[in-house]
Ligand binder design. Sequence first.
Ligand SMILES: Nc1ncnc2c1ncn2[C@@H]1O[C@H](COP(=O)(O)OP(=O)(O)OP(=O)(O)O)[C@@H](O)[C@H]1O
Length: 957
Amino acid sequence: MGVVGNNVDDSTRGNSLRSNAHEEKIFVSIRLRPLNEREIANNDASDWDCINNTTLVFRNSASERSTSPTAYSFDRVFGNDSSTRQVYEEGARSVALSVVSGINSSIFAYGQTSSGKTYTMSGITGHTVADIYDYVDKNTSRKFILKFSAMEIYNEAVRDLLSSDNTPLRLLDDPERGTVVEKLSQITLKDKDHLRELLSVCEAQRQIGETALNEMSSRSHQILRLTVESSPREYKRFENSATLTATVNFVDLAGSERASQTMSAGTRLKEGSHINRSLLTLGTVIRKLSKGRNGHVPYRDSKLTRILQNSLGGNARTAIICTMSPAHSHVEQSRNTLLFASCAKQVSTNAHVNVMMSEKALIKQLQRELARLENQLKNLGSLSMSGDSDALKEKELLIQKMDREIRELTQQRDQAHFRLQNLVPPAGEYQRSKHWDEQSSISESHEKLAWFGEYAASETSEIIDPLRFDAGSIASYFSDRSEGLNLNKRDEQIPEPSEEQFLSDDTSPRLFIEKYFGPDPTKGWEKTAQGVDMSTEDTCKEVQCIEIVTTTNKASLDSGPFQGNDNLQHQEMDHIHHDKETLDPAIEEKQKTMECVVNGSEHPEPSPCSSDSESPDPNVVDLSRSRSSGAVLTTTPPSRTPEMEKEDDTRFIGVKDSIKSHVASEPELSKLEEPALDGKNCQEDNLKESLDMVESTDGKQQIIMSLGLHDKKIKSEKQFRDIVNSTDGKQQIIMSLGLDDKMVKPEKQFTNNLVQEAESILTPTKMEKDFTQVPSGENDLQKSPSNWPMEFEKQRAEIIQLWDACNIALVHRSYFYLVFKGDPSDAIYMEVELRRLSYLKDSRGTNIASMKVLKREREMLSKLMLKKFSAKEREALFLKYGIGLKTKRRRLQLCRKLWTDTKDMEHIKESAALVAKLVGYVEELSQVPKEVVGLTFSTPQVNIRSFSWKNSMPSLI
Ligand SMILES: Nc1ncnc2c1ncn2[C@@H]1O[C@H](COP(=O)(O)OP(=O)(O)OP(=O)(O)O)[C@@H](O)[C@H]1O
């Protein structure tokens, strides 16, 4: 598996630490190519001229609008007489060669079709490779390992250029390494010639097509990636003994084009549409970044930007070479290129040297640093008892500073510890840490969505961006605006909701997507959902990257905060990197070491900021108290044995533990540390605990998170109140509690319910207890794997019944129905689903998933039928489902029939396929194969282990 962007790749052993952050702007240069034969033959005038090394002027001002500038300046401009070597040396060399010093870098070629991107980029790649090998030859004291990978993004599908297998590669979100291209080959280079060979393989593999402007037009974005890892041949104490690793990306973008100029039609037109769309997103990203990254940066709107997120996000030195044709006939495209270049010039990067350390060395170093700071803090603390007031103040400041440092280190150490623990999957992978759950919830939800995208793609034989897909379709189905009316009478009473109204609804659907699938990655779906044709036609008309962005893509600019966090997350997580395979043998030892650190056995000295010492800084109190989490266990009911508590403590790391540790850190709750004497006291204690938790800021945040509002950072009391009191916030919380909103109108009742929920989170339930034993299913299976096919059918039938009984959303049912394929690995997950559903049914009856949501879902699915199927296909479906062609509301009738016969597995299978089809994003109706009407069942490839059950059933955490 390869890591894209500029992260360390997964074959790198150890951890990456960054040092010497260096902020600089993207280096932007322009290269004008000479007029080509066609342009000369057409008597096209040359409009542009370089008047010096940095300034480009427009000469033919007569035909120009007065508002357009006539002179542009960049870091470097190259006229038509400049050689590629010159462009390399003055426009890319310094950035590209950073890679040998452990600094990530990226070189982009951007420009309209036929302007010379490939011509320039292949030269630059060649020159860089030659210089890198030259450097390697000269630096004999270090050992270099060079690795190469190459991919192209063609029609939004990622393809490995070093593999003959054309299967599109999936993008995965790795909390530590950022976006990862699954299964991308990475080849360790033998020498320069080996790389040359591979480069020609890539060239041969790349998608090329003829357009009116370029006989050999690259129809894809190409990303070549060279990773350079170096370490000293001999360890010398005072010399640079670090292992460095970095990656340089050579990005040859497909050219922006106007359909009219390239005279595109058919395949070329479709390619052009994909190219333009992803370049549009790239333009938006650059424009956003140029404005100081305020707000949402829509990396996820295209695979290109998603893959390049780490580079564009600032962790690589970057050079962009914008190529231009000087011809008058291309003036508009040239101006767009210059606008893009001007924005890019404003973007700052902040690249670091990536120093690699072994896991062990890192832990040791952190341990030593922690011990040193704690000792210093302790000494300062004792000095402060006798010092004068000025000195005291100074020391207090120092203590605060050190405290911050300690906390950072503790966090890093805990992360390292966490990672070590995760290298060895515990008995049953269900046991996951809170850290992982939080970090991965976004990627998990995207994993799910990715699948739906793939599913839709498999039906249309084209690759569809799952993120666009999910936004467009899943959002729609969850909208819940209509009031609860009797289901049977509804047809007459509810007017067909206006599609526009529904699609432009900016609140409710999104809340539901976020609740069920994680934060909405894009708001660009509205357009997709509104008009399937638009996506192919409109975007082909023109690419005015910067200008169009401000108007047409506005919605996507305003999306939630998750993208930024994502990037931040990658950057943070990038500090420490592990390689499971290579570290396995050392795990036990490392775990022991880390346990010592965590238990404090390496530091028997009590911390000066332990709970009985007064600290001037609340942070100090936090830090010390967080270590006393052992006291928390006493808040559980006496009926539970210490062993059970311990087990829960490790298994249910999540909201519950966060809440518990928070409660433990509150001094006024110290009485909870007394063991409860009877069940009643325990209940009261728990209630008090819950109430206090609800009242505390952290507790509120936990509740909010637990209720699925992950993206809301609750910082203040007011924010919490605002969310709780807002209509949507309230509605979502009510939904999360599994309550109908009619039941909880009064404020007091609402708060009580919230408290009850908090209480139920804190009180161990039968379900929780059951869950701790979930892995037993796996054990049983291991004992008799031959029984599994039968057992699978049985369990699936049971789950289907329970879905029906609990009114679980059809999209949820369809999704998981298709996910469960009967693999032995499904066993544990099916068991979990089964237990959750049984619990829902037993404890809360059928109210858990509201009929109202289900009703609205059917309405939305019926709307999607109009989009996803032609009249003829719909007719075939109506006939298949026995719906009279002359009857009213046929689509709705059909949707009501889905998932109804829980005993008929053929019916269930068809329902699942149909729902998946409906919520899929089908770009061109004409491409839907006929078998769809026959509901061809396609088995999706999904890594079920990465799904978040929490997300799919948010009310239960
Ligand atoms: N600076 C240059 N000097 C001479 N010829 C050039 C120069 N730049 C480009 N060309 C020629 O122009 C043609 C188009 O160049 P190239 O294929 O690199 O364009 P492109 O921008 O990559 O196009 P597309 O986006 O369609 O792939 C090629 O025949 C190339 O040899």
